[in-house]
Design a protein around this ligand. Structure first.
Ligand SMILES: [Mg+2]
Length: 161
């Protein structure tokens, strides 16, 4: 007998629920490439608690949650940022069901979302995944998950080429 799976929607945090477009803009050159990634990340960590919410996506998450979907926040943020991340989600009234973060170990960042996803699809029927990274959108598509790519017209920094 087929096991019942709960409906769920995956939301990325940085670049989706959390609007990092001003910060990306501040560190981009004229051709959309990062000017200085070290400065970008230093600023990103230093200002983390005050990053603004993307209210349109927080509203969308609430609507989907009201429609009986669990909201899974799947972020590349490492686990040592959990307290600050919990606080941010609480401050901006983001209602969600589970938060998946990357482990702190070196090298695990690039595989963290996929390892979470392998577990997620065992337990959930994922109706949609929303991410601002082409890299992670490609991952979700490989799992046949309908995917919405958030494009603010700025390239993200890091592996998100
Ligand atoms: Mg992102």
């Amino acid at each position: 007998m087929a096991r019942f799976k709960t409906n769920a929607v995956i939301f990325d945090l940085d670049g989706v629920l959390c609007d990092n477009s001003q910060q990306l803009h501040d560190y981009m050159g004229d051709h959309g490439e990062p000017v200085d990634t070290n400065e970008y990340w230093a600023d990103w960590y230093a200002t983390l608690p005050t990053h603004p919410p993307a209210e349109e996506y927080i509203t969308l998450a609430q609507m989907l949650r009201d429609g009986d979907n669990e909201i899974l926040v799947v972020t590349g943020r490492r686990i040592h940022l959990k307290a600050i991340t919990d606080r941010w989600l609480l401050d901006w009234d983001v209602e969600y069901d589970k938060l998946y973060m990357a482990p702190d170990e070196d090298g695990s960042f690039h595989t963290s979302k996929e390892s979470h996803l392998r577990d997620i699809v065992q337990h959930y029927h994922v109706k949609l995944a929303i991410d601002d990274s082409h890299h992670w959108c490609d991952l979700y598509r490989r799992y046949d998950i309908p995917t919405l790519h958030v494009d603010r017209g700025l390239r993200t920094i890091g592996l998100m080429a």
